[in-house]
Design a protein around this ligand. Sequence first.
Ligand SMILES: Nc1nc2c(c(=O)[nH]1)N[C@H]1C(S)=C(S)[C@@H](COP(=O)(O)O)O[C@H]1N2
Ligand SMILES: [Mo]
Length: 407
Amino acid sequence: MAQVPTSLPRRDFLSGSASALAAAGLAGRHGPVFAQTAAAAAAPLAKPLPGYANWKNADALIVHSSTTIETKRSAFGTSVITPSRQLYVRNNLPLPADTIVADPDAWRLRVTGVRDPKSLSLRELKRLGLETVTMVLQCSGNGRAFFPSQPSGTPWTVGAAGCVTWSGVPVRDVVQALGGLADDLAYMTGTGGEVLPAGIDPKSVIVERSVPISAMQDALLAWEMNGEPTPLAHGGPLRLIVPGYAGVNNIKYIKQLAFTAKESDARIMSHGYRITPPGEKSDPSQPSVQEMRVKSWINSPLPEDRVCAGTVQIHGLAFGGMHAIQAVEISIDGGKTWRTARLVGPDMGKYAWRQFALQAKLPKGTHVLASRATDSQGHVQAQTRGENKSGYSNTSWADHALTITIV
Ligand SMILES: Nc1nc2c(c(=O)[nH]1)N[C@H]1C(S)=C(S)[C@@H](COP(=O)(O)O)O[C@H]1N2
Ligand SMILES: [Mo]
């Protein structure tokens, strides 16, 4: 397997967005703070967790840069929910000051595009409704490391994803409380609460994303994550959750929710996260990375495990993006033949992932293990990736296959 080395070349480290901003002298006082943890210090060559994430489990994570932290494939476990201490982190900008999570109820959200536009405190939002959803949070670039074209960006393998439970107020309840939509509006647009670097066009850096208005149906404004107040690292005090949509649409520290006729003209929407043909420039006419598609991968056994011949529990996880998982098949011969795996553990709804397992007898020698998921609409996980410039949306079962040696 093309496991990412624990120490990346310095070139990759410097390409991280916060580092780039810092290099340009723009990181300001909210720039990344590094805190050396005992665990990270013990592991030679591993980068330490940045200060805002120093409460995380370093042993379960790969620190690519101060703004990009990946869950190790070996750390996913088999019990559905990804513990917050093991969840990946992806920041496009330096985080806001942690004072914003000191008094979460005081955080304010502006809502526009409704009949009665308003700024509401989190304290007020909590009175308008309550719902909980478990969903897969996955970065569009998860699986980028498997593109032979080596697109620029973090070389995530499988760990820019997690399955997370969120509690908050349904967006539709907020809209109803504010008199309904102002018009026949096509998009829901969320804006992140980062302090923007001075001296550059805000539109070029602001985290602002639009999703089709239909996504409002299941969207939440969440203040709780995995049973605790949402930490700053994951968008506390308040985060927009758009189940089924790629990670970038789940706006952290959301400060504005707008119902709009058009998509945001922020660069991250107009040019970022577009499926751009290799070698071409991104532009707004290209498809935007939005709804996630059916995907699965095996987490055990891994190439680095020492496995003896005999009965093995092959296990992994599968999700359908917008749809529930119908079935998962496993191949132990590189995709020539397939067997149906068993879905394991609780079904947390269509936006969550499912664990799967297959008991197999593996003799000594080399085996190529692969998994292939099918969603409730009959979409089957593709064999190959869709080539694109930035390495987005890799759902290829072949890319996620593992070559293991049984001793
Ligand atoms: N405000 C804000 N929201 C954001 C981002 C960001 O940089 N700022 N990054 C996005 C991206 S690209 C991803 S993949 C997810 C990562 O969420 P996590 O860091 O909680 O894992 O948040 C999204 N929401
Ligand atoms: Mo992302």
